[in-house]
Write a protein that binds this ligand. Structure first.
Ligand code: GDP
Ligand code: MG
Length: 170
């Protein structure tokens, strides 16, 4: 079929965790070492074929800075999916990711699919958050979880594809 499903998706998480880099990898297949930090939020779109359907992701890449926090609900309200990103080499960003999960559970739409991305998985020697810890947390909170690397592309298309597969069922 030629059905196209539009899916609003928001990326949330601390500054520097690699949200913009994940989007750049997914949308353009590129990576840059010195990604400019996002001001406010940036919009992108990308379409994936999933189960005989096209899912068009309308992606809001948020800044992650505390001073833009009050704007976040504009992006996550009504979102089909949220990807909460932490940097697996920085435990403080995992703590921040948990705060985002709590905020979405309290203020987000109950139908939003929430995925947790442990990014910078290429930097294994600098790991501060174990797979086990993140996996257990994700299971307890009903989240999709993957470790990703915008740099090497590991699991980047996969996390969007898994979300798309889930959305295509509805
Ligand atoms: P954002 O603030 O969450 O949007 O983070 P950015 O996408 O701007 O990335 C912050 C920094 O981390 C940049 O220097 C990126 O090049 C770097 N970075 C992002 N993703 C990865 C990754 O998967 N691996 C490595 N090694 N560096 C990354
Ligand atoms: Mg950014």
């Amino acid at each position: 079929s030629n059905k196209i499903k539009n899916a609003k998706l928001v990326l949330l998480g601390d500054v520097g965790t690699g949200k913009s880099s994940l989007v750049l990898r997914f949308v353009k297949g590129q990576f840059v070492e010195f990604q400019e930090s996002t001001i406010g939020a940036a919009f992108f779109s990308q379409t994936l074929s999933v189960n005989d359907e096209s899912v068009k992701f309308e992606i809001w890449d948020t800044a992650g800075q505390e001073r833009y926090h009050s704007l976040a609900p504009m992006y996550y309200r009504g979102a089909a999916a949220a990807v909460i990103v932490y940097d697996m080499t920085n435990a403080a960003t995992f703590a921040r990711a948990k705060k985002w999960v709590q905020e979405l559970q309290a203020q987000g739409s109950p139908n939003t699919i929430v995925a947790l991305a442990g990014n910078k998985a290429d930097l294994l020697e600098a790991r501060q958050v174990s797979v086990q810890e993140a996996q257990t947390y994700a299971q307890e909170n009903g989240l999709f979880f993957m470790e990703t690397s915008a740099k090497t592309a590991i699991n980047v298309n996969d996390i969007f594809y898994e979300i798309g597969k889930f959305l295509s069922k509805f």
